[in-house]
Design a protein around this ligand. Sequence first.
Ligand code: ADP
Length: 324
Amino acid sequence: PSSLDKEQMQGLRAIREFLKVRTSYDVLPLSFRLIILDNNLLIRKSLNILIQNGIVSAPLWDSRRSAFAGLLTSTDYINVIQYYCQFPDEIDQVDQFRLSSLRDIERAIGVEPLETVSVHPMRPLYEACRRMLKTRARRIPLVDVDDETGHEMVVNVITQYRILKFIAVNNEKHTMLLKKSVRDIGLGTYSNLATADMNASVLDVIHLMVKYNISAIPIVDKDYKVLNVFEAVDVIPCIKGGAYDELSSSVGDALTRRADDFPGIYTCSEDDRLDAIFETIRKSKIHRLIVVDDDSRLKGIISLSDILKYVLLYGEEDDVIQEF
Ligand code: ADP
């Protein structure tokens, strides 16, 4: 192997060691707020609460059992939309659904319930990362047990972005060693890309996300130039106020409903190196990178899970990978 390969491996190993000696708790800021929603809340009302607070997900609480009841995410709203599509006559009922009905909705539309994985905040961060990759969870709740009451307690939720940011901020010395390009390490997906054009309906795009089990669809023009990206979280403002019939309007219209603080779309080229990607993660709130050529034409997509997977698993023996 070249010295570039050696350095790269050295950097990756150092980051893995770092993840083994830090806990999920370490990722959390010194002070934070956590919005937890009661399971009994109407789904319709949960949308407004998320939007008003500028969040896209929240832990759920079952106050009857005093227990953590899973994580509400954009996938749940996509499920509600699928339910509405399958049973359009039941729109009045959809309006009356509570968060506690989300599991029934999954059953009615025949989707596998997402495995609710949680980790203890004091376990190694490495473990949380491995769980995320294994279950494809994009966020993991940190659940502890209250000493006095013996009840479960949700401390916070960590996301792939927060973990990568934590790595980027604390390992500058090691990410500096990652000098191989995106092309060289084959980071991301470059074939069978799911895309749509501006005139596609929001529903078309949602169906694509469900079919491919992905969380973003690049919106391209006739020359395959990237104009925008529709993300799973973009469905939240679309169905605010129970406006399900508006889902047949175009993605172009829907994207104008984004919050003013929308962080934007991040692109890179296949020649960019992983150290530069970590630099971007250090500075900006990115959810994925869209890989484009010099003419802004779509080449591929690098998701945060692609990056996390590479950082954790590249070059590991198979038996180590099986372990978790
Ligand atoms: P994450 O799991 O980080 O939220 P995604 O669900 O979007 O990311 O991506 C899951 C996998 O699918 C990744 O390997 C990613 O490269 C790939 N992928 C993401 N978007 C698309 C797309 N529009 N078309 C094809 N593959 C995609």
